[in-house]
Design a protein around this ligand. Sequence first.
Ligand SMILES: NC(=O)C1=CN([C@@H]2O[C@H](COP(=O)(O)OP(=O)(O)OC[C@H]3O[C@@H](n4cnc5c(N)ncnc54)[C@H](O)[C@@H]3O)[C@@H](O)[C@H]2O)[C@H](O)CC1
Ligand SMILES: [K+]
Length: 506
Amino acid sequence: MKVLKAHEMAQADREGGIPSLVLMERAGLGVCRVIREYFRDVRKVLVLVGKGNNGGDGLVVARQLHLWGYKVDYFMVQGEDLKGDALTQLNILKTIGLEPLHQKPFLGDYHLVVDAIFGTGFVPPVKDPKVADIIKELNDSGAAVLSVDIPSGLWADSGLIFEPSVKASATVTFQYPKLCHILHPAAKRCGQLYVVDIGIPPHTVDKVQRELLLKVSVPVREKDVHKGKMGHVLLLGGSLGKLGAIIMAARAATRAGAGLVTVGVPKSLCTTVHSQLTEEMCLPLMGEERISSSSSHILREHLGRFSAVGVGMGMDRYEDGIKLVKFLIEEVKVPLLLDADGINNVADGKLLPALRERENPVVLTPHVGEMERLTSLPKETILGSMVDVAVDFAVENRCYLVLKSSRTVIATPEGRVYISTRGTPAMAKGGTGDVLAGVLTALLGRGLPTEEALKVGVFLHGLAGELAERKLHTESVTPSYLIECIPSAYRMLEDGGFDPPFVDLY
Ligand SMILES: NC(=O)C1=CN([C@@H]2O[C@H](COP(=O)(O)OP(=O)(O)OC[C@H]3O[C@@H](n4cnc5c(N)ncnc54)[C@H](O)[C@@H]3O)[C@@H](O)[C@H]2O)[C@H](O)CC1
Ligand SMILES: [K+]
C-alpha cells in the first residue's frame, strides 16, 4: 500500500477524473460507516467543522448521521464563510433544516466528537487563537474523538507533532495513509487508523515510490540445495568488551537461514567467540582488542569464499578501523552491509565518496544517532522526516539505507522507499540492531536481490520482536530471545496471522 504526501493525494484526486463533490460524499459516507460499524454505542455526535474541504467532509458526516437517526450537532469553528464544495454541503444541510450551533458547545454532552477542522490542506501551526483554544479544550475534555482524514493541527507530510493538534481516538483517512499516520511520534495522535476506499483509481499514484510494507514473501529454499548454495556470510566486528554484538549477529544469521557463517575477530578473542558459538566458524584476524587494518592481507586471501559481508557489530570506533572499513568498501565485491561502528567509522572517516564508487551499492543500517553522525542533521529532523532523509541520503550516496527507529525505513539508490511498522517498543534494547544486521547479511548472502532481502529481513525481525513480546513481557525481551523467535516469525510470515497496521475498508 502506498503512503502519500498531501500534494500527491491532491494530484490523485484531480487525475482520477471523479468530481470533487462526489469524492467528498464518498469520504463523508466512509466516516459514517466507520462510526456505525465500530462505534456502536454512539448516538449523540458533535461535528467540529473547519472552512476547507475537510470541513466539507464533516458536513456530509453531519447530514448522513442525521438521516440515519443520530442526534447530531455541528459547530462552524472558523465561521460560515465557506467556498466551493464545502459551501454546497453547508447549503444542503440548511435546506434540510439542520442549522449550525451558534455557540460553542459543551463537549461533555456528546458520545463522540468528529474533528473535521483541518485536513491535508493545513500547514502548521494553527494561526487562529480561537481554533487553537478549541483544539486544546477538546484534548482536555477526555471526549472520544474521531478525526476526519488527519487529526487537526498535524501536518500530513510529517511524523512530527505540532501543537496544538487533536489527540484522536481514531482517524478515518481516504484511499491511502499519509506520512503522519505512519511515522512516529505523529502516528500516536491518530489513534486507531481506518483507511476507506473512496474510488480513486490506482494509476493516479503510479509515480509515488513510497510503500508501507504490509507483508513479504518467505524466500524459497529449493529442494536440492546444499549449504554452499545457502550463502556463506562473513561477519566482521567484535572488540574487547563488545563481543556479544558479533556473537548475536552470527546466531541471528544462522537462524535466518545462512548456509555457513564465519565470524572475523582478533585472534586473541577467537576462543571466547568459539565458546559461545557452535554452528558458526571463526576467522582469526590481526589486532589485540579490536581488528587492525593489517588484517587486510588475510581478508584479501579469504574474501572470495563469502557471498555477503556484514561489518561493524561491536567493532569500536578508531582511526585504524576507518582504514579497515575503507579497505572493505573498496575490496568486497559481494553485498556489503555496514552497521553500528561500521557506520560510525564511515562517518568519522568521511568515507561517503567511497560508497558512491562501489559497483554493488552498500547497505547501511543506522539508527537515528548513527544517521545524525552520517548526515550532521539534528535528531529531531531525522525522526520527523525519516522518509525524506532516508531517500535523499540513499539516492545521493548511491546506497541502500535501512533507517531504524520505532518505524524502519528502507530506501534504495533509485529512490524507492518501504516503511515497516512491524516491531514493538520491547525491541528498544541494546543488541536488537546486531540481530537485524545478522538477519540481513544472511538474506543477502543467499542471493536474494538486495531490495527483497531488506524487505524480508526488516519485516521478519519486527515480527520476531512482536512474538518475543507476546511470549515474555515488554520489559523483558532480550535480543538473544529475539533470535529464538525468528523460526516462529518465519512461520507467521507463511501463515499470516499478524495484525495489520490499520483497518482496511476496501
Ligand atoms: N481524496 C481525498 O483525500 C479527499 C479529501 N477531501 C478532504 O479535503 C481535505 C483537504 O481539503 P483542503 O480544502 O485542501 O484543506 P483543509 O480542509 O485541510 O483545510 C485547510 C483550511 O485551513 C486553512 N489553513 C491552512 N493552514 C492554516 C493554518 N495554519 N491556520 C489556519 N488555517 C489554515 C486553509 O486555507 C484551508 O481553508 C482532505 O483532508 C479531506 O478531508 C475531499 O473532501 C474528498 C477527497
Ligand atoms: K481533521
